[in-house]
Design a protein around this ligand. Sequence first.
Ligand code: PEP
Length: 251
Amino acid sequence: MPHRPFIVGNWKMNGTRAQLAEARAIERGAARHAGVRVGVAPPFTLIAAMAEDGQAIVVGGQDCHAEERGAFTGDVSAVMLKDAGAGFTIVGHSERRAMHGESDAAVKAKAETALAAGLEVIVCVGETEAQRDSGQAEAVVSAQLDGSMPRDESAAGRVTVAYEPVWAIGTGRVPSAADVAAMHAAIRGRLGVIYGEDGAAVRILYGGSVNAGNAAELLAVTDVGGALVGGASLTADSFLSIVSAAGTSEE
Ligand code: PEP
């Protein structure tokens, strides 16, 4: 693996303050795996508390608005995330794209605003099952990258791509190691077109039904620089098993 692996939990709309005990357990476990970078994106309401508690993990948002401030009821800006203690934000998760109609252009605008606010950004891309079945997976993901990746000068060093096949999210189904390798190679090639030489520095995570049982195999695939983990990140036990697998795959 070319980079220190990055394992990121996406808690989605799960977690009240009662979950802070689990976050502290994740923090303690992460401190034992210095070779792995560990991130958690809790609901916005928990970011400040988790950022105050945790030195061994980086806390992030799950989304942000493309504007810095203004009359956008219910939204959260990148500046607010940064102020609350976040180090990164996810943008373009397939649930945002599907349920909130977010286009590639909207995702790119959010990513650029987040970078300007001093956050790192994780940009999610991935094909649907129908797109994979019809042989369009790589073309779809390439088009998403072209439209969604931020183009700021310093972007490449602070951006991570998460390849998350939509059909693998929350389903218990994962692509074969060969399919993950092929897609990550295609993404790497496209990042070279977008960022030139700097594209080689962009980390590419795999996401979609990663769990304690399959993490080691997925993380061992060429150019898989870590994982974005949904369901299995909600308990310290299962999440730390994945962190531990990342530590092993790195050795
Ligand atoms: C996700 O939604 O980012 C995700 C990877 O979910 P899960 O691990 O539950 O498939």
